[in-house]
Design a protein around this ligand. Structure first.
Ligand SMILES: O=C(O)CCC(=O)C(=O)O
Ligand SMILES: [Fe+2]
Length: 198
């Protein structure tokens, strides 16, 4: 059963990614080649009632290190996403709904056109909570690169190839926490006088 569920999730994820990439003008062959370099996995999460009853926060704001993450919330609320004006918006745990959040790898692939989604878990009702997550990311050993279709005179290359295993080690270091955007700091193409890492 879990295998057939995973297959369906994969098909759905491919559909969401395809629509997004096609919408940005990426051709079918590039999308196929990109999909050929991905892998996927499931995670199940259980949250005790939040330790801090006042804030209700049980997962701090973060960006995923995936291409995309599909999130299924089971009955109890919690997922919140940060929208453009900085407000946090709750995503209700409606039965049968799946929320897709873009991860940092998708920002690289789309040459910065799709920003990774800031999200967190906050459960004001202080209830125990379950969620299921289906993530898609680049296979180990294969760097994440910008899709050529998304680089042109109006959209210069924004990211060098991202060695994602190395980045995940850097990502949680004290050095990385100094940056608002550690991805940019790690593999952003150097702009005038800006101190991006090589
Ligand atoms: O539980 C959720 O709704 C989201 C969890 C999450 O963002 C994560 O595990 O990265
Ligand atoms: Fe997340």
């Amino acid at each position: 059963m879990i295998v057939s569920f995973a297959e369906k999730m994969l098909r759905l994820e491919e559909m969401v990614e395809t629509l997004t990439l096609e919408g940005l003008g990426v051709g079918g062959e590039s999308i196929c080649a990109h999909f050929g370099q991905l892998t996927h996995g499931f995670r199940f999460s259980h949250y005790d009632p939040p330790l801090n009853k006042e804030t209700g926060i049980s997962m701090v704001p973060h960006r995923d290190d995936t291409m995309t993450t599909a999130i299924l919330q089971h009955e109890v609320e919690g997922l919140e996403v940060r929208v453009e004006d900085g407000r946090w918006v709750a995503v209700p745990p409606e039965p049968g709904t799946i929320t897709f959040v873009a991860g940092e790898q998708f920002t690289v692939v789309t040459n910065g056109r799709v920003k990774a989604c800031d999200h967190r878990v906050r459960t004001p009702s202080n209830r125990e909570r379950y969620a299921m997550l289906f993530g898609r990311k680049r296979q180990d050993g294969v760097a994440v690169t910008v899709l050529n279709d998304l680089v042109d005179a109006d959209h210069p290359l924004m990211y060098r190839p991202l060695k994602h295993e190395e980045y995940s080690m850097f990502r949680y270091t004290p050095e990385a926490s100094k940056f608002d955007d550690p991805l940019e700091a790690y593999c952003g193409v150097q702009k005038d006088g800006d101190g991006a890492r090589v």
